[in-house]
Design a protein around this ligand. Sequence first.
Ligand code: IPM
Ligand code: MG
Length: 362
Amino acid sequence: MKIAILPGDGIGTEIVAEAVKVLNVLDLKFEMETALVGGAAYEAHGHPLPESTLKLAKEADAVLFGAVGDWKYDTLDRPLRPEQAILGLRRHLGLFANFRPAICYEQLTHASSLKPELVAGLDILIIRELTGDVYFGQPRGRRTAVDGHFPGAEEAFDTMRYSRPEVERIAHVAFQTARKRNKRLTSVDKSNVLETFQFWKDIVTEVGKHYPDVALDHMYVDNAAMQLVKAPKKFDVIVTGNLFGDILSDEAAMLTGSIGMLPSASLNAGNQGLYEPSHGSAPDIAGKGIANPLATILSAAMMLRYSLNQAQAADRIESAVKAVLAQGLRTVDIHCDGNTKVGTRQMGDAVVTAITKTTIKS
Ligand code: IPM
Ligand code: MG
């Protein structure tokens, strides 16, 4: 089991270190190799996704990724910005299926900005198409008025585009996933305005004929954004395009109290995957030792389940996370009165201890 470890920028290094610590107590044999990515790679090699890092990722069974980005790179040319590393990995590895669960842990119900009764027991899954849409559509660019140079541009454009195979494959993934859950799927589009998403809707409907046991419904993205804060538990599995999925998954994450709790998986057709927390690099708290490592630790669990075929080990990590929450341990993002405030390392250590205890018991 070969894992490429790409911590990245900001809190990335701190949280990935905790996930690695957790993987190392599982009595499984991993081959782990670490490489630079994002701003850190730009500083060292002049590119956010150096050839050597991409090669390592391609050759691995799975990539454990931290986060990339920092405001200080905002003025760089777009191809050199840290975000291009994650977009490049998605494209080069063909990671078209992005799973973003939004689960509200029992002990964190109060941490949500919504009323507890709206989110208690929430367990929804957003499946975001990850290698198409306006993120990767061509042509894109700026047209200049006179002199052929920025910043004199008068117009900028990005092309929203999906091909039939792209929609079909994500639709199949979504129906198959819904089948394993509660057999309900909501496809989110903007077919009332956008041709691309009428096409999306038609194809999802067609694919749905192969899954008569799954109840499919369609919702416009603006309504979906509203329903997510009105009655989130009405959803089960949501499938949507790259841009809408980006936005809705952040919204759904916040329903659970903290984006610091949520893992994600991005898979290709061969089940090779990239696993990363749903949150970003949080440069404002980087280096302070206060970031919540649980999203990354839970991403490592998803990695064991989806790419490495180690469901039991994944269960152990997930139970350990529940155990530390039950003990009242909280990083600052999920802290409230009556709990014990802990830092990044202490949280990681507590998960390790909880895992070790389950080993003794079993
Ligand atoms: C995400 C992020 C990325 C995206 C950025 C960092 C390119 O927001 O993974 O949701 O927009 O996909
Ligand atoms: Mg995002």
